[in-house]
Design a protein around this ligand. Structure first.
Ligand SMILES: *[C@@H]1O[C@H](CO)[C@@H](O)[C@H](O)[C@H]1NC(C)=O
Ligand SMILES: *[C@@H]1O[C@H](CO)[C@@H](O)[C@H](O)[C@H]1NC(C)=O
Ligand SMILES: *[C@@H]1O[C@H](CO)[C@@H](O)[C@H](O)[C@H]1NC(C)=O
Ligand SMILES: *[C@@H]1O[C@H](CO)[C@@H](O)[C@H](O)[C@H]1NC(C)=O
Ligand SMILES: *[C@@H]1O[C@H](CO)[C@@H](O)[C@H](O)[C@H]1NC(C)=O
Ligand SMILES: *[C@@H]1O[C@H](CO)[C@@H](O)[C@H](O)[C@H]1NC(C)=O
Ligand SMILES: *[C@@H]1O[C@H](CO)[C@@H](O)[C@H](O)[C@H]1NC(C)=O
Ligand SMILES: *[C@@H]1O[C@H](CO)[C@@H](O)[C@H](O)[C@H]1NC(C)=O
Ligand SMILES: *[C@@H]1O[C@H](CO)[C@@H](O)[C@H](O)[C@H]1NC(C)=O
Ligand SMILES: *[C@@H]1O[C@H](CO)[C@@H](O)[C@H](O)[C@H]1NC(C)=O
Ligand SMILES: *[C@@H]1O[C@H](CO)[C@@H](O)[C@H](O)[C@H]1NC(C)=O
Length: 828
């Protein structure tokens, strides 16, 4: 969860906390339509999966989800921008005002002021004519008509309280906007040059070509989650005439502020503005109207990160003269293709599960934004694929890419190519690319666990998929070994980590700069990143490196302070001085139970807690590659189970935070898998549902969505390995299609009981795994399976459930792998 950057953006969540509004958005028809589609599809052989998607899930409660019109991984995501806390532009809160519709957005990112609200257009009624139009941000903002917002894959719509309806649909780098005005009104539009949401405008141009009916626009803005001194460029091309069917009336430019400036230049066609050195909100743009009082106005928009010309070319090549309906149908078809990679038994699955599943799958293909061919800076003209908004790898390596790897290796390979290209061009793989710029590192080089996961699963096909494994390995080793001069934006503080075996607190670092905080969690994450390197070294037969990085992957032990006690449990991860002395942090600090609401827990310079956005209670469970030893450190199996139970019952678990993702399944490692099944049910029903507030927090570029998919499918991935843990599916049957490997894997849940699909499994209800067969043969363990035996080759997995929880609380075979007990012995 990238929360807020209080040190850059002094905006506190609490200052916005919406009191208690009656939910008035989206339109109730959205849920009605979805419920009907699910019911109707029950026995369909060819279901429309896009009809099950609710783009509004996660648009409230700080989910930061963008419900805008987009294709899979689209660079364009058309959505309205609202006042208040709305990082993705849109929020359901009906008391917030709309400032316009804009073509670029991120989904599920956490910077409080948001980003990518560039090139916003707002339809207006100006009864007093051009010079009376409300152009500035404050003057033009309006409420929407309650209960009208609508969206579906590839489509977004919102109706203002003056009855102007805005709709949008998208291609990868372009889109169509359709505005419906009240009868007999003259349509006016204000187009914003400067606003991007965080007010980071650093200069730009706008040109109106009245003959062509075209406005080109572009400029420079600042990163939403990285150093303020870097700027990115973006461009748009607005075609206003709908291929000659519409006629401009007036046009001109405007500029304004909040203290009286409200100037308009009728007939002027050009703005050429440089950076406003005093900073803050700069307001300027175009204003135009149409002749003949048309009821609908169609506007074509192209976007580019390279040039105005390319923005226009993108609109021409991707949309041309296609109609709104054509583009919408095309977008929908692309989504159907993506969503149908996972098929379920719709009739047998609780409707809420179907809606949560397909909505989560949808968001798991919404980002990162495919900006291939739209490169700038050091990436300009790269021949690699290029994705914007890798925001952040610390969030996405745990579940997002392991999910993608089950069904979409081609897309995964493109993203891996893009990570490796980051290493080629910048020296290290990107950690948190935001707005085409390097963003802040969280746990070091989490990209290591992304590219190594790819290598573990697809090394046989890597070259066919365009990935050179030796190059991939070189990128890993650079991340692990080479300390960047500045490690806030890439790489790790590797020199001191290598010297001490942990990232020391308050260490003298004479050769690199970076924010010296989070030493506890950085050590834990660096250790798991080293495990990723180790796995690829093993794959490539680099024996010395296997020994070296296996050893380094155990560095998590070096920040374990056995003397720390909390709630009767002993032994917690702590940050540590370079002389070996531990620095005491109360393990409760920065947990949901922390009473001190002013404590800094994120990237702030005064974060003295050793753990990034987490408590020691939470991060002390984190060694996914060596949980067996963690169990020993915690005092053995019984104490570990008691501690896990206490972690949840006492409220230390933070469902919205990535380091907590695997903790509910921790019982597997001490051979108590039935307890994991119960815990996952509880986690899902305490934290997720089908409402706009149905996420526990920021989606983190679908890290949450992909976690939920795994929970619903009864699987959980161990990143950088081919191991997936087995739980109890929330559906009687599902099939995952892998269109590159040309295999399909069907998981059948025998004895599935829909009654088990609730927070607490009722007594005598089948929910616990009694047996597993893989292509007819009994599985070696009921707790884990290997990709190479299952999703790699396709076929059938049969999971038989029982209501006898005690009998099923046994892996009946090995527990999942841990390094210290001989786990991960070879790459498959
Ligand atoms: C929509 O409803 C909210 C309360 O739920 C209210 O505050 C707001 O004014 C309403 N908007 C309009 C346009 O009526
Ligand atoms: C779907 O099929 C099942 C059995 O095959 C039947 O019981 C059920 O009524 C059907 N549902 C619908 C909505 O047609
Ligand atoms: C505005 O356009 C001019 C001329 O094309 C160009 O030199 C300048 O860099 C542009 N400004 C920005 C901020 O993009
Ligand atoms: C825009 O302004 C910049 C200086 O800020 C100047 O270099 C450039 O030539 C101008 N471009 C046009 C097209 O007027
Ligand atoms: C990204 O865009 C490029 C260029 O159109 C395309 O070849 C590629 O398949 C796209 N990848 C994804 C994951 O959307
Ligand atoms: C493992 O690391 C420890 C220090 O943490 C070191 O003493 C030992 O020699 C290392 N072993 C190998 C095989 O590199
Ligand atoms: C280690 O350094 C810290 C901070 O300077 C100090 O408080 C502590 O006493 C030192 N420990 C030892 C064993 O010298
Ligand atoms: C709360 O945390 C802040 C920031 O770390 C600290 O300055 C303050 O003393 C703490 N308050 C209490 C009551 O511990
Ligand atoms: C703890 O659990 C593990 C995994 O089931 C098992 O191998 C080990 O023997 C157990 N330890 C004890 C002391 O029972
Ligand atoms: C489905 O979700 C809605 C919204 O969270 C909830 O009100 C309803 O009880 C759920 N239905 C079932 C059967 O779980
Ligand atoms: C899967 O099938 C496609 C189309 O027939 C083919 O191009 C591709 O090579 C196949 N993939 C593998 C891994 O065999």
């Amino acid at each position: 969860m990238q929360r807020i950057q209080a040190f850059l953006l002094p905006l506190l969540l609490t200052s916005f906390y919406y009191s208690s509004y009656v939910s008035a958005q989206p339109s109730p028809n959205v849920q009605k339509r979805i419920s009907k589609a699910i019911a109707d599809a029950a026995n369909s052989s060819n279901p429309d999966y896009t009809a099950f998607v609710n783009p509004f899930i996660g648009t409230d409660n700080f989910g930061d989800v963008c419900p805008g019109a987009s294709i899979p991984f689209g660079m364009a995501k058309f959505s309205t921008d609202m006042t208040g806390y709305a990082p993705a532009g849109y929020v359901t809160d009906p008391t917030q005002f709309v400032r316009g519709l804009s073509p670029l957005h991120d989904s599920g990112t956490g910077s409080s002021l948001g980003t990518y609200g560039n090139f916003e257009i707002m339809p207006l009624l100006c009864p007093g004519g051009f010079n009376t139009c409300t152009t500035t941000l404050a003057a033009r903002q309006r409420l929407r008509k309650n209960n009208t917002d609508d969206a579906s894959p590839g489509y977004f719509s919102l109706t203002l309280d003056n009855n102007i309806k805005m709709e949008a649909t998208a291609t990868r780098r372009a889109g169509l906007e359709r505005f419906t005005f009240p009868k007999n009104s003259k349509p006016y539009f204000v187009l914003d040059l400067a606003n991007d949401l965080p007010a980071s405008f650093a200069g730009g141009n706008l040109t109106i070509d009245p003959e062509k009916g075209r406005i080109t626009i572009g400029g420079l803005w600042g990163s939403s989650f990285g150093p303020g001194r870097f700027n990115y460029q973006a461009f748009a091309c607005y075609d206003l005439l709908d291929g000659g069917k519409q006629k401009l009336s007036e046009y001109g430019v405007w500029t304004g502020d909040t203290v009286g400036l409200d100037a308009k230049g009728l007939g002027q066609t050009r703005l050429n503005l440089t950076v406003n050195l005093i900073g803050g909100v700069y307001q300027s743009g175009a204003l135009f109207s149409y002749d003949n009082k048309p009821e609908t106005v169609n506007i074509r928009v192209g976007v580019s990160f390279r040039s105005e010309d390319q923005a226009c070319a993108n609109a021409e090549s991707e949309i041309g003269s296609s109609s709104f309906e054509d583009i919408q149908a095309q977008a929908k078809a692309l989504w159907q293709e993506k969503l149908s990679k996972v098929e379920i038994d719709i009739a047998g699955t609780p409707a809420n599960v179907t809606e949560m599943l397909y909505t989560s799958l949808y968001r798991s293909s919404l980002t990162p934004n495919n900006a291939t061919g739209e490169t700038q800076g050091v990436f300009a003209d790269t021949t690699s694929f290029y994705f914007d908004s890798l925001y952040c790898s610390w969030d996405t390596f745990r579940t997002f890419y392991p999910l993608m790897s089950l069904h979409s290796p081609i897309e995964f390979a493109q993203i891996v190519d893009n990570y490796i290209d980051g290493w080629r061009k910048n020296g290290w793989m990107p950690e948190c690319r935001a707005n085409n710029l390097p963003g802040w590192t969280q746990g070091g080089s989490s990209a290591d666990n992304i590219v190594s996961h790819f290598a573990m699963l697809y090394h046989n096909e890597a070259s066919q998929l365009g990935i050179d494994l030796n190059e991939l390995y070189s990128a890993l080793v650079t991340d692990a070994e080479v300390n960047p001069p500045e490690w806030n934006i890439e790489g790790r503080q590797a020199n001191v980590y290598k010297e001490f075996g942990y990232v020391p607190f308050a260490v003298l670092d004479v050769s690199s700069t970076g924010r010296q905080t989070r030493e506890g969690s950085r050590t834990l994450e660096y250790a798991f990143e080293d495990f990723g390197v180790r796995q690829v070294a093993q794959l490539l037969g680099k024996t010395d490196d296997v020994a070296k990085y296996t050893n380094r992957s155990l560095s998590y032990r070096n920040v374990w302070d056995p003397s720390v006690k909390s709630d009767g449990f002993s032994g917690f991860a702590q940050k540590r001085y370079s002389n070996g002395t531990f620095f005491f942090n109360n393990p409760v600090d920065c947990s949901p139970n922390d009473k001190n609401t002013s404590r800094s827990c994120s990237l702030q310079g005064n974060n003295v807690n050793g753990f990034y956005e987490s408590s020691s209670w939470e991060y002390s469970f984190y060694a996914p590659h060596d949980t067996a030893h963690l169990v020993q450190l915690m005092g053995g199996n019984d104490t570990y189970v008691k501690r896990l139970d206490h972690f949840f019952s006492a409220g230390y678990f933070d469902a919205s935070n990535e380091p907590s993702f695997q903790t509910p399944i921790g019982y597997h490692y001490v051979n108590e898998p039935a307890k994991s099944v119960d815990r996952v049910r509880q986690v899902v029903f305490n934290n997720f549902d089908i409402t706009p507030a149905g996420l526990p927090g920021n989606d983190d570029q679908a890290a949450m969505a992909s976690l939920l998919v795994f929970h619903l499918l009864g699987l959980y991935p161990v990143p950088s390995s081919s191991q997936y843990l087995i739980l109890s599916p929330f559906t009687p049957k599902y099939t995952i299609h892998n269109s590159f490997l040309n295999v399909s894997t069907t998981v059948t849940t025998v004895n599935f009981d829909p009654k088990s699909v609730q927070k607490t499994v009722p007594k005598n209800t089948a929910a616990y795994v009694k047996s597993v067969t893989i292509n007819g043969k009994p599985a070696d363990s009921l707790c884990h399976l290997d990709f190479y035996d299952t999703f790699r080759v396709g076929g059938d997995i049969v999971i038989t459930l029982t209501s006898d929880k005690n009998a099923a609380n046994d892996c009946k075979g090995s527990v999942p792998d841990s390094i210290s007990t001989g786990g991960f012995p070879k790459a498959r």
